[in-house]
Design a binder for this molecule. Structure first.
Ligand code: AHG
Ligand code: MN
Ligand code: MN
Ligand code: MN
Length: 332
């Protein structure tokens, strides 16, 4: 019989001993995310045909024009997680406050909470360019059986049990870690099955791609300007190639596979940068570190930052170990 790559379901079963799957809750949680991602994927692939492009005339807590697909993706993930009674609470980019899953069906007994960016790179949707979903999973720290609290969502990223992203690109790939390395699963849309396509992803220690929005160059700190000029210098293995997609998931995925560095620094216009710590930087930092890369805010590990606010922003330098180290040497 022709050997087919492992499905995501088979992968989870075969790794049962290694992961936090013992109670089955994490397995059910990941199964819920993969189902919701299939629904979002289906809608994205036909965005131009259904009334799902454009904005809904609403500004979210970030001060951003909410896209229809932002809201659609948010609803799909929240409904899937709620209806299957898998978590006790959710934080989303698109919701100002945290969501308490009602105690109706005893959801207060569930031990996990999820933080998520349901649709990353919204500005790309109407342009037909790839977007993503980002999620992180924590064990609750408030007493079991009680309603979830804000502190459950303000744990440092180093407390994540699992983290992952889905990239809706030339193919739809679910990439996640539970702290035992990083694996990628490509969706076969014809049958709705994810197959192991990127086993044990290791980020090259050195890359030749840098990703930063140079449109803001004049507003960057001098050290960041100096690093960008370093990347462009004609010497050694440089100049590097510049790639900036406008969806962090896409830039991070390419850099994870090929090597590279993604930078969203602070600037004179954005004192803390743009990216949100809880549901963008922490999940991405967990994945990048698990693949052998580094993720820092310019001072220390992203994963060691104690969040103060659900939508707190931090600067991000994430990617190949040697590239992040070199970038940091310009910040001193
Ligand atoms: P989101 O679409 O979830 O709000 O996040 C978009 C983020 C990130 O994905 C992307 O790299 C960055 O914003 C692009 O911001 P700029 O347009 O300021 O470069
Ligand atoms: Mn947004
Ligand atoms: Mn985002
Ligand atoms: Mn988003």
């Amino acid at each position: 019989m022709e050997h087919h790559p492992q499905t995501l379901g088979e992968f989870i079963i075969s790794n049962q001993k290694d992961f936090e799957y013992s109670s089955g809750e994490l397995t059910r949680l990941l199964n819920c995310i993969r189902l919701a991602a299939k629904v979002v994927n289906h809608e994205i692939r036909q965005a131009g045909l259904v009334d799902i492009t454009g904005t809904i005339g609403n500004v979210n807590v970030q001060g951003e024009e909410q896209k229809k697909l932002d809201v659609f993706a948010n609803d799909v993930f929240i409904n899937a997680l709620t209806n299957r009674n898998i978590v006790c609470g959710i934080v989303s980019e698109e919701n100002e406050d945290f969501i308490t899953i009602s105690g109706a069906n005893n959801a207060h007994r569930n031990k996990y909470v999820v933080v998520m960016d349901p649709l990353d790179g919204s500005s790309n949707i109407d342009a037909g360019v790839s977007v993503g979903t980002i999620f992180g999973i924590y064990r609750r720290i408030s007493p079991e059986g009680t309603p979830v609290t804000r502190e459950d969502f303000l744990q440092p990223g180093n407390m994540q049990v699992a983290a992952g992203y889905v990239i809706y690109g030339t193919s739809t790939i679910l990439v996640y870690t539970t702290g035992n390395g990083v694996n990628g699963f490509t969706l076969n849309p014809a049958i709705g099955t994810y197959y192991l396509s990127h086993p044990n992803i290791r980020m090259p220690e050195q890359g030749r791609v840098y990703s930063v929005n140079e449109g803001y160059y004049v507003h960057f700190p001098q050290g960041v300007k100096d690093y960008i000029k370093y990347c462009q210098k004609e010497e050694d293995d440089r100049p590097y190639t510049s790639r900036y997609i406008g969806s962090m998931v896409s830039d991070i995925h390419r850099n994870l596979v090929q090597g590279g560095i993604y930078i969203y620094p602070k600037s004179s216009e954005r004192e803390d940068g743009k990216l949100r710590l809880v549901y963008e930087c922490n999940p991405i930092a967990f994945i990048v570190e698990q693949a052998g890369g580094h993720a820092t805010d310019g001072h220390g590990r992203i994963l060691d930052i104690k969040p103060q606010d659900l939508h707190q922003r931090v600067p991000l330098f994430a990617g190949s170990k040697k590239m992040v180290e070199k970038a940091m040497s310009f910040l001193k």
